[in-house]
Write a protein of this length. Structure first.
Length: 473
């Protein structure tokens, strides 16, 4: 299914259960509706990210993902302002919060329909063209029926999925992403922390808005920096820039939670505004600068949607568990007492703010230190994994693989080698780690024999591998 339609389906699911949530009066009904609502969002986000990767060349993906990050940040901020201001009203005699849900759901359906009508999916079109070209030829030479062919393609898909999970760069980014999402999830307590210091609701919400706005621009800045350094240092530039971003968060966390005055004076609010703005600008780089662009470069094109889905699944699930641990740590180990409200007693409130600040410091500094080390591992794995993915896509496009999009430039290069001269690409040497046995499974399923009849096989590096040359005769 084209990803524009997948986005539409996700928006419709999300909108339907948002409307149902707006009609409920019981928390027992609201909770499962929220859970099912997440299915729609899970369809939308990976599809949008993989389309962004497909639309842009490697040297400009950072800016594209940065622009997407900025759009998400502004959308979240505008949505919060809309809900806050309308929620207390009764438009058309409807409770304000219910009207917010209804109106957002209607807007989402409209956006979904527009995606289904106007979004172009280049990978789907290329794959469809490939199947039109390959399948009749395979059936003519091998006599395969549709069900047998579909079963073989399904088997090949599962092999690719399991293999991608073993690509070192992918594993490192997923692991660091799980840990790295903890600080951002923990910062939901930032508003309470600022209020406990004695700041007004307006000042605290203004500082949080500053954090969100600067985070959006920080993502855009990080994407631009990632593209710039990647052009000069393609194997290490994005990673080094992201390490700088992660490392910068550690001293700023100490400054915000330990170094600035513990009061709500106007001058103090100004200091926090400057510190939070720079902090947010500097720490928002990793996803648009490295993670999202690198994902697009280390896996076959057809599996991009999958890797972004895995990333969102793992990071979101773990981040959801981080928030209650911040509260537990502040109470059990740092002396937070009472409820999470302002008591009006400056001494008690500041004491609770210190306890909350200590817990936030732990849940930001330690995960970021881990991420800093984890990103260092990418310097060792990313160059080779990126090269293997590029060669794998080219090899699969020439050998008629089912999971890679056609690479017409790669086919032309292979054909230019002359009749039967071979492309020189060894399937076992060029495939991403773990994907090397797929060519064998395809041959066993009979999906590539029609090509092998026309493509002479040459010895690989160790005498047992083969490389396929395109015969243009």
């Amino acid at each position: 299914m084209p990803r524009g339609r997948v986005i539409c389906l996700g928006c419709c699911i999300w909108s339907t259960f948002t409307i149902l949530f707006a009609t409920t009066n019981s928390i027992s009904y609201a909770l499962p509706l929220c859970a099912i609502n997440g299915i729609g969002l899970a369809l939308v986000i990976p599809s949008v990210q993989s389309l962004t990767a497909d639309y842009h060349a490697a040297e400009s993906r950072g800016k594209a993902f940065g622009a997407l990050w900025l759009t998400i940040s502004f959308g979240g901020m505008l949505g919060a302002l809309y809900a806050t201001n309308v929620g207390s009203l009764r438009p058309f005699g409807i409770d304000g919060w219910r009207f917010v849900f209804y109106s957002v759901a209607a807007t989402s359906i409209l956006v979904g329909v527009l995606n289904a009508l106007y979004v172009h999916d280049p990978s789907y079109q290329q794959h469809h063209q490939q199947q039109l070209h390959v399948s009749p030829l395979q059936q003519q030479n091998n006599g395969h029926s549709g069900p047998k062919l579909n079963a073989a393609l399904l088997k090949s898909t599962f092999l690719d999925i399991s293999s991608v999970m073993r690509i070192p760069t992918f594993a490192i980014i997923i692991i660091q992403g799980i840990i790295g999402s903890v600080p951002y999830a923990s910062l939901v307590f930032l508003t309470l922390y600022l209020q406990l210091l004695g700041m007004s609701d307006a000042a605290a919400s203004g500082l949080v808005a500053t954090y969100l706005i600067c985070g959006g621009f920080g993502g855009l800045l990080g994407g631009w920096i990632g593209d710039t350094v990647a052009r000069r240092y393609p194997n290490h530039g994005r990673i080094a820039a992201t390490q700088i971003s992660v490392a910068s968060g550690i001293p700023f966390a100490f400054l915000i939670f330990k170094g600035l005055p513990l009061n709500g004076e106007p001058a103090t609010v100004g200091l926090y505004a400057v510190a939070i703005a720079v902090f947010s600008l500097a720490t928002a780089w990793p996803a648009p600068c490295a993670n999202n662009p690198i994902f697009a470069e280390i896996v076959p094109v057809r599996l991009r949607n999958l890797v972004y889905a895995f990333d969102r699944c793992f990071e979101g699930a773990v981040a959801a568990f981080a928030t209650p641990f911040v509260g537990r740590l502040s109470e059990r180990y740092f002396g937070f007492s009472g409820t999470s409200t302002i008591t009006g007693n400056p001494e008690i409130d500041v004491h609770n703010a210190q306890a909350m600040g200590n817990a936030l410091l732990v849940f930001t500094v330690i995960p970021w230190a881990f991420c800093l080390v984890a990103y260092g591992g990418l310097h060792l794995t990313y160059p080779s994994d990126r090269r293997r993915a590029v060669m794998y896509d080219r090899d699969k496009s020439m050998s008629g693989g089912s999971l890679a999009s056609l690479d017409y430039d790669g086919c032309a290069d292979g054909a230019a080698g002359g009749s039967g001269s071979g492309s020189g690409l060894s399937s076992n040497d060029t495939a991403p780690r773990g994907l090397r046995n797929n060519s064998l499974s395809l041959r066993q399923a009979g999906l590539s024999s029609s090509f092998e009849e026309r493509m002479p096989l040459q010895g690989g590096n160790n005498g047992s591998n083969s490389s396929i040359g395109v015969n243009t005769a």
